[in-house]
Design a protein around this ligand. Structure first.
Ligand code: KG4
Ligand code: ZN
Length: 349
């Protein structure tokens, strides 16, 4: 990321951002007012393009972003009834993600910022996911705890203040979404596996199989999903080798339940132990109903407020980047036109 200027460039209040997100397989643009009000939220999903390969093909993702980004940005401005000149700043995801995919959004945002003489605000993708909660819950203010579960990350983060993040726990191996996708593939489900596995699980018994909690049973806040994923995959392969019938619905439901128990159990314990009265959920896996409800129940039992964004703001979108971008702009975190995509960007931990 280019050097940040620590001066206030915007005052709290009426401030409208155009936000762009292209870190993986969604080309997205949104117009967001003052970090909390979504005026438009345009998303072009590449899922049909990658489905036949069973996962995201980076080269195809980059090319598709190039083809669509102009139309998606135009759609976002049109839906909001705004022009580029009326924007106060341009926010863009600069990492982490696929480098070629990120570069498309970053380059496009730089072009717009240069042409329209607007400040450019770089946004960390995970900060965006966390900030989706600010849109959904206008009264939500830091400090709060956030469980982030996406395709690439499983984090427990203490949001101490706007832009101040303390990493309490993270996955030691696979992310939760990654484990969902890999188990789904072995169950014969198409990409992206998470939502498909959730559908299959609806017809299954969550208690049919029990999976060991292993490393996750420790007093720490870190996760491990690799062992759980391998147990589920072995169940399927062993049954296939013996020629036995095995109910795929039961494996899906039991696996999902095990993931929910690990994520929700640990996040609520962390909130209690850290004295956080509010627990938020974020990331693509946050669209999973069993996880949302599992967390809600456990948090309520512990006397902790639970919040999560609507499902369309859990998976990748640009509205969340506009929300995070606003609070970055308030802190003076703008950058120059030398901004580069950073696939391994860290969230200031
Ligand atoms: O946040 P996201 O859209 O992209 C990344 O930043 O990674 O998360 C995508 C991940 C994928 O692994 C996908 O399978 C998972 O979120 N996911 C779900 C559900 N919807 C998306 N996992 C379980 N249940 C869902 N309903
Ligand atoms: Zn994401």
């Amino acid at each position: 990321m280019a050097e940040e200027q620590q001066k206030i460039v915007a005052k709290e209040g009426d401030c409208t951002l155009l936000a762009i997100e292209s870190s993986c397989d969604e080309t997205a643009a949104a117009v967001v007012r003052s970090g909390r009000e979504v005026l438009s939220n345009a998303v072009f999903t590449q899922i049909p393009l990658h489905k036949i390969y069973g996962g995201v093909v980076p080269e195809i993702a980059s090319r598709s972003h190039v083809e669509k980004i102009g139309a998606v940005v135009a759609e976002a401005l049109e839906q909001a009834g705004k022009t580029l000149e009326e924007m106060d700043a341009i926010a863009v995801t600069d990492g982490p993600g696929l480098v070629g995919a990120l570069l498309v959004g970053v380059s496009y945002a730089k072009g717009l910022a240069f042409a329209a003489h607007k400040p450019l605000v770089p946004v960390h993708h995970i900060e965006g996911h966390i900030s989706a909660n600010l849109i959904a819950h206008p009264d939500l203010e830091p400090p709060f705890l956030c469980l982030v579960a996406s395709g690439g990350h499983s984090h427990i983060v203490r949001v101490a203040d706007y832009g101040v993040y303390e990493l309490l726990g993270r996955t030691r191996d696979d992310a939760a979404g990654e484990a969902f996708d890999k188990v789904a593939r072995v169950l014969g489900l198409p990409y992206p596996g998470g939502p498909e596995l959730e559908k299959l699980a609806k017809g299954g018994d969550p208690h049919a199989f029990s999976f060991p909690s292993g490393f996750n049973a420790g007093a720490h806040y870190d996760f491990s999903f690799s062992g759980l994923k391998t147990s589920a995959i072995n169940l399927v392969h062993n049954a296939q080798q013996r020629g036995e019938e095995i109910r795929r619905e039961d494996i899906a439901a039991s696996f999902q339940q095990a993931v929910v128990n690990i994520l929700a159990g640990k996040a609520v314990r962390a909130a209690k132990e850290q004295g956080c009265g509010t627990l938020a959920l974020a990331g693509g896996v946050a669209a999973n109903t069993a996880l949302r409800e599992g967390l809600r129940q456990r948090a309520e039992q512990a006397g902790i407020r639970f919040v999560c964004p609507p499902k369309n703001l859990c998976t990748d979108n640009a509205a969340m980047i506009g929300a995070a971008g606003y609070y970055r702009l308030l802190r003076g975190c703008t950058c120059g036109l030398d901004l580069n995509a950073n696939p391994g960007l860290q969230l200031g931990f």
